[in-house]
Design a protein around this ligand. Structure first.
Ligand code: KG4
Ligand code: ZN
Length: 338
């Protein structure tokens, strides 16, 4: 059947998302963000599931309308199986199962972390796709991984965080500074006009390609407490420099490990994915690495970095081509082996 139309659903955390793909092209990519978590300073799982329940039907309707695709044209329904919040995942998977059954089309379960990586294979004008093998660094609010990607379905984690994810490092630092959740984009914003060397924070010592961010968070907390004790306006006066210094340290931590991974594997194609790859500092540093180290880097379009359903759809498309389907007994998984 050609072309292939995939309807994709993503509901692993606090964004309800749906997309329609025609082969490897995105026809629509809709995200309903949940603002209810802001006042709690983090995602409240129970509230997330309820909001998914409210949003999922309208979000899918809008995705189909924008794509100008009728339900009857859909070739398969793809959804996020995990990892993520169980209550959130269940809303997406139950809906996907019911829809696939009603339309009598195949069901495709997708690993969210694979999707952040394979988002690079969405067909976009002026966007080169990586060639296998390549290295992918997935940096989000829930994960920090360096993955060796040998083919669409052959991926190996070669490094990961031993504690907090890098997105948490951004968000928790922002929280210490009194910024609202999620603080990552705000740290990025202030950092742009600050001096990254104003406050030197120390990088953790972690073996091999693994990461650790909890020490940095503690370091920042003590640093802020000490300075605020001396000057209650310390944060306000120095917010740009503080954010620039935090961001600089985090980027150094990521780049040190990436450089090590390139050295160990001999692979010079480096792709990033996940919400934190929206960070302007990381984007600039990676671009510089092309000249500095001769890497070829791949940075997805902004809308494909944070959680979205187009990335679920592209995995769905490649699974469809290989007849990798699931039956309705497939279960959601909060944690999922790679
Ligand atoms: O991939 P994502 O949307 O959701 C997860 O799967 O976690 O990533 C969300 C994370 C949050 O921690 C958010 O603060 C961070 O990505 N983030 C950023 C930026 N934009 C989003 N962190 C730093 N700079 C940004 N510009
Ligand atoms: Zn994600």
């Amino acid at each position: 059947k050609s072309p292939v139309y995939i309807l994709a659903i993503e509901s692993s955390c606090d964004d309800t998302a749906a997309a329609v793909l025609m082969d490897n092209k995105v026809l629509s990519n809709v995200v309903a963000r949940q603002s209810v978590h802001e006042e709690y300073g983090g995602v409240v799982p129970e509230l997330a599931s309820r909001a998914h329940q409210q949003n999922i039907v309208p979000v899918i309707d809008v995705a189909l309308k924008k794509a100008r695709v009728e339900k009857a044209q859909i070739s398969a329904v793809a959804f996020t199986q995990g990892p993520g919040l169980m209550g959130s995942l269940l809303v997406g998977s139950s809906f996907a199962k019911s829809l696939a059954m009603a339309l009598n089309v195949p069901l495709i379960a997708v690993n969210h972390m694979h999707a952040h990586i394979l988002a690079h294979f969405i067909d976009e004008e002026n966007y080169d796709k990586p060639e296998f093998p390549f290295l992918a660094m997935t940096i989000s609010g829930g994960h920090t991984q360096i993955v060796r990607v040998d083919s669409f379905f052959d991926m190996t984690i070669i490094g990961e965080t031993t504690d907090d994810a890098v997105g948490e490092a951004f968000d928790k630092s922002a929280k210490i500074l009194g910024l609202p959740y999620p603080g990552g984009p705000l740290v990025d914003k202030y950092a742009q006009t600050g001096n990254p060397k104003a406050y030197p924070f120390t990088k953790p010592k972690v073996d091999g390609l693994d990461f650790s961010f909890s020490g940095l968070k503690t370091q920042i907390l003590y640093f802020i407490q000490k300075n605020v004790a001396q000057d209650p306006d310390f944060i306000e006066k120095n917010i740009e420099d503080i954010c620039a210094s935090i961001q600089y340290t985090i980027i150094q931590i990521l780049m040190d490990k990436l450089k090590m991974a390139v050295k160990e594997t001999g692979i010079k194609q480096v792709a990033i994915g996940g919400g934190v790859s929206a960070n302007s500092g990381i984007r600039n540093t990676l671009k510089e690495a092309e000249q500095k180290y001769g890497w070829k880097t791949f940075i997805p379009k902004f809308e494909y970095t944070t959680d979205n359903a187009a990335m679920i759809g592209i995995v769905g498309y490649h699974k469809f081509l290989e007849n990798q389907f699931n039956d309705a007994s497939v279960v959601s998984k909060a944690r999922i082996e790679f």
